[in-house]
Write a new protein. Structure first.
Lengths: 67, 445
């Protein structure tokens, strides 16, 4: 039963990260469409932000191993 | 059009190879299962025969494991999560295809000294389980484990096949795996494997220290050699071909190198970028090479960057590099944030100090999580064949699942090639941004 609760927690963390990365990626696409010449800067910052969002989800998933 | 045909041919070849190897694996599991039931039946028969004359029981006792409970049956049912965790953990053997290459074991017990021997002493079987015990150590799933019984012989002892086995138990609602050795009808507990990843993947702090050249260590040595050779030869060719177009491997590395230099080092580190360039490049290419090496099918599949100990060292290096270069503005912003009232400082300072340690922690977990997950997903997709085929009992279902699972595996493996690059890049860019924040100069205060 504990395993199930941990799995639900991991799933919720992934939902959060999914929303975050989706927003990051979507807005980056908008920005690239508006300013195609800034694609390099936007891409680097997008990956950086996505990585930061993903970090929070990963901590939750790793913690769910202990659950 | 020719490109499409070539792409198709290459992938078809890959598909065919994977398909047949997975099939032979499934068949192997099937034959293993049937031989086991025959062996079981025979050993049961032996028992009834021996009831009349007890003088033989000592000889056959070595290999008679039925006394320790029917763990033979455990082998025939497929445990997906155990298989996945087994595949992502470090081992004392390096397997290329079906071949096990023994690696040196260096085991240190405080007070008893250092043991140095080859893991071929254990004479491991197909699954990496040893059939011999040596110096109170046994091999289970390619990993050295110490027998807890202090009176166990330190010589080479023939323990027979399938005598080391795992048993799952539930402690406080958490399932835990214990490894037992079955010898002379006795069930002896073995210690956990020796790791420093806080026991997260079943290891822990044990009475012995495993300093062996394991699969991961060997891989890191290979990558170290490969990268050194590559970069020294590239540096030479830059001297030799000065003013000319880059050639050979130089042409392959130069765009990647320049990408990191222009997109990571220069924007984040400002005018001091050249000081940190070697560190960032070393990080990037080391992680990238290890990530990619782990993706080569059938060649050991070392999960080096998916090992908490390795990523922890990398993160600690980034942490040290950031903090020894931190200037007074950086430390000022942590301990005494300028421009805010005292009451807010009481809240902000602890958060900033926590942030100091959370940064390397997330660096460590991100790389570990991404690479381990990639390795596990591949194993689980292949494991689907065993689940639906019921370990070879239903060959038809196994064949049918193979098709889907191979396509999914190929898809995941191509995604993983991308992830290998992205994670190396993310680790580098985050390290660069942390260092950049630490060395940033403020003129506006």
């Amino acid at each position: 039963m504990t395993g199930t609760v941990a799995a639900i927690g991991a799933g919720l963390a992934v939902v959060g990260a999914g929303i975050g990365i989706g927003l990051t990626g979507g807005r980056a696409m908008d920005a690239i469409a508006r300013q195609p010449e800034a694609i390099g800067d936007i891409r680097a910052n997008m990956i950086l932000m996505a990585a930061l969002v993903e970090g929070a989800a990963l901590i939750a998933i790793i913690l769910s191993f202990y659950g | 059009m020719r490109v499409v045909v070539r792409f198709f041919l290459q992938h078809f070849l890959l598909l065919a190879i994977t398909f047949f190897s997975v099939q032979s694996l499934a068949q192997d599991a099937h034959s293993l299962r049937s031989t086991k039931s025959i062996v079981q039946a025979e050993s049961d028969q032996d028992h009834s025969d021996q009831s009349g004359h007890d003088d033989h029981s000592d000889e056959s006792g070595h290999h008679d494991n039925s006394v320790c409970g029917g763990h033979h049956d455990d082998h025939s049912t497929f445990n997906a999560s155990a298989t996945a965790f087994h595949h992502i953990s470090d081992q004392n053997i390096f397997s290329i295809g079906w071949m096990h290459i023994p690696l040196p074991c260096i085991l240190y017990v405080p007070g008893e000294g250092l043991d140095f021997f080859s893991s071929s002493k254990f004479n491991s079987d197909y699954h990496g389980n040893g059939t011999y015990a040596y110096k109170r150590y046994v091999l289970y799933g390619g990993q050295v484990r110490r027998i807890t019984d202090e009176h166990f012989s330190k010589d080479l002892v023939d323990i027979g096949e399938h005598s080391v086995f795992a048993e799952e138990k539930t402690v406080d609602g958490k399932s835990k795996e214990d490894i037992y050795l079955c010898y002379n009808g006795e069930k002896i507990l073995c210690e956990s494997k020796s790791t420093l990843d806080f026991g997260l993947l079943g290891g822990g702090l044990t009475s012995f220290h495993d300093l062996s050249i394991t699969k991961n260590v060997l891989t890191m040595l290979i990558i170290f050699g490969l990268l050194s050779w590559m970069f020294i030869s590239i540096a030479r060719s830059y001297k030799r071909r000065e003013g000319m177009a880059p050639g050979g491997i130089q042409g392959f590395i130069e765009p990647i190198f320049q990408f990191i230099q222009e997109d990571v080092s220069k924007p984040f580190l400002g005018r001091r970028w050249e000081t940190f360039q070697p560190f960032l490049m070393a990080l990037f290419f080391f992680i990238l090479a290890l990530n990619l090496f782990g993706q080569i099918p059938f060649v050991g599949n070392p999960n080096v960057t998916g090992n908490l100990s390795v990523t922890m060292v990398l993160a600690v290096l980034a942490f040290i590099m950031t903090n020894i270069n931190g200037n007074k503005h950086y430390w000022g912003h942590i301990f005494n944030m300028p421009g805010i009232p005292m009451a807010v400082k009481v809240i902000v300072t602890p958060v900033e100090i926590m942030g100091l340690f959370i940064k390397p922690l997330t660096l460590m977990l991100r790389l570990f999580g991404n690479i381990s997950a990639g390795h596990m997903v591949v194993v689980i997709f292949v494991g689907l064949i065993f689940i639906f085929g019921e370990s070879g009992a239903k060959p038809g279902a196994a064949w049918a699942t193979s098709v889907g699972s191979i396509l999914l595996t190929l898809f995941i493996m191509s995604i993983e090639l991308l992830v290998a690059f992205i994670q190396a890049f993310v680790f580098t860019i985050l390290t660069a941004s942390y260092i950049g924040a630490a060395i940033e100069e403020h003129h506006d205060h």
